[in-house]
Design a protein around this ligand. Structure first.
Ligand code: ARG
Length: 291
């Protein structure tokens, strides 16, 4: 009889391994949907704040249970979207760039995240000059940063990020308002990406297909539950439990999907990744040259 362990671990050599990640999250103490700046935000649909908090606590506990370190920044009254920490800026190594938001409703989140970054002893902390919604529009992979534009972050922000971090930035154009941030339509995995081609202009979709011929292509159903808004630690992929086909695709590639229910946060147009700003370690030359 074949043992369960054998069935569960199909690839002993080349197996994927998680690495410990550091995340910044913001408790949804002030979360609500009381303005609409993306098509997911329906002012007539009530938000269950207690449930939002419980779901968020489950995400935080899930990260910690998988060995990751979670920092928490205090939310600010009157900033209901501050729970979406991914938008707070970009942190790579000892450099941090705080966000500058496109919509006035979220403008004050920029300084709030800036204050948190300033208290962390990074070598350099700057506030973005250009419209920049942090990891919402900037996906950091090992050898480059993929950057979205079309709804929020500007092309000038892509240039500013390339200069500030000294890393190559590839600009991608988003064309569907439901996928208003890059992280709603594309997720960086360990050595490839998963994405939803219909969210991109023809030129950008072709560019992604050329750069990542082995990418996972998400179904309409999975994209429509923001299944691509996930976080990968090299092995586990934390993502919406509703993204069932994507979870199977990930499993087939040797990843371990970890389903999360963030139904209340979805009412504001966010899921797992939106709630998570990764504080990336410094890239070594060896890492950057291999991928
Ligand atoms: N309501 C927020 C907005 O429209 C949701 C942000 C989600 N964050 C993200 N990284 N996609 O700005």
């Amino acid at each position: 009889m074949t043992s369960v362990a054998t069935l569960r671990a199909p690839e002993p050599s080349g197996a994927r391994r998680p690495t410990v990640r550091e995340f910044l999250m913001c408790r949804p103490d002030h979360f609500d949907v009381n303005y609409a700046i993306n098509p997911w935000m329906d002012l007539s649909a009530p938000v269950d704040q207690a449930l939002a908090l419980a779901q968020w606590e489950t995400l935080r506990a899930t990260y910690e249970r998988h060995g990751h370190r979670v920092h928490v920044v205090d939310g600010v009254a009157g900033l209901p979207d501050m729970v979406f920490a991914a938008n707070g800026g970009l942190v790579i190594g000892d450099r941090a760039l705080s966000a500058r938001f496109a919509n006035p409703e979220r403008a004050q989140e920029g300084p709030a995240y800036h204050d948190w970054m300033s208290a962390q002893h990074y070598a350099q902390v700057a506030a973005a000059h250009e419209i920049n919604e942090g990891e919402g529009d900037f996906a950091i992979s090992r050898n480059r940063i993929l950057a979205g534009t079309g709804f929020r972050s500007s092309r000038d922000a892509h240039r500013e990020v390339a200069e500030f971090f000294g890393l190559p930035v590839v600009s991608l154009e988003l064309v569907d308002p439901r996928f208003y941030h890059l992280d709603t339509a594309l997720m960086v995995l360990d050595d490839t990406i998963a994405y939803y081609p219909a969210a991109f202009s023809g030129t950008s979709a072709r560019l992604l297909a050329e750069m990542y011929p082995d990418a996972i292509i998400a179904t309409d159903e999975d994209a429509n539950v923001l299944g691509l808004n996930g976080v990968c630690d090299g092995f586990h992929v934390f993502l919406s439990e509703r993204a069932t086909a994507l979870s199977e695709q990930l499993r087939a590639r040797g990843y371990e999907p970890v389903g999360i229910d963030l139904s209340e946060l979805l009412k504001a147009g966010g899921s797992v990744k939106c709630c998570t700003l990764e504080l990336h370690g410094v890239r070594t030359a060896a890492e950057s040259s291999t991928h």
